[in-house]
Design a protein around this ligand. Sequence first.
Ligand code: ARG
Length: 305
Amino acid sequence: MKNNNFINCSALSKKELENRIEPRKVLLCSPKYFQVIDAKNVHMGSNIGKTNPTKAYQQWESLKAAYLKLKSRGLIDEIIEIDPIEGCEDMVFTANQSFPWQNTHGGKIVVLSKMYHSSRAREVPYFETLYKNLGYSTTSLKNAQYFEGMGDTIPHPHKRLLYGGYGHRTTLDAYHELSDLLETPILTLELKEEKFYHLDTCFLPINQDHLFICKEAFSNESIEHLSNFFKEITIIPIEEASQFFALNAHVVPSTNEEKSVAIIQEGANDTIQLLNKNNIEVIKLNTSEYIQSGGSVFCMKMMLY
Ligand code: ARG
């Protein structure tokens, strides 16, 4: 492939990609020690010391209850919790410390993150232990500077293709190594706007063919590349993406019996309407305490194999 945004992409279109089975277990971490103590991203600066622990706990319990409901409906298999650690104030955001994957023979592998902020790097060894106990082979990138797991690296639904955001937290050098290690092609996407410091704040595939994005987060060239892999791209207004973290929703894929369900911040009304229009059931939650820290639903969970 000539263009260096495509790493190990022998295929330029979705038709040629290998299929993949979506993970069905959810990893959560109680917000026991959650607080905003510094400004790791632009959303946090005005919120230092302002989160309410009781409210944060209630909001997290509602998220857990939503996943339990989806489990009872057969949309997910299991909810796993990692113990919160005192002094790891952002550990509730379980999307960032790792990137779990399955090789083509079904073996479980996880790439541990190299976090940009040293305070968050402290979280990673606890996740390493958890993955070892779950039977994953664990590894980390040798040469890359920074890599923030599922916060910046998002799989194409049901396909072996990854989208890799870089520019704020993860560095571009992560993706060559990651692609070789996981034997999976990657389309890299430069993130331009600091409000959208992780790919999961501005990029939401709702199914194999349809992507929701906030266009201000990306270069025009990136958006053109994306149209190789998605038949339809819907633009979500920047206000909704930045104030309500609309694109940080979690779309749980459908089963034979049930349609897809999106868990999303309440108030993201345009996005909610568009999800409904696309035959996706919506569960609205309030994650306001976590939005003060720059995260919402997608960041507060990791999907595990
Ligand atoms: N305060 C956390 C940080 O800045 C929020 C992380 C949110 N995670 C995400 N995947 N967007 O690291």
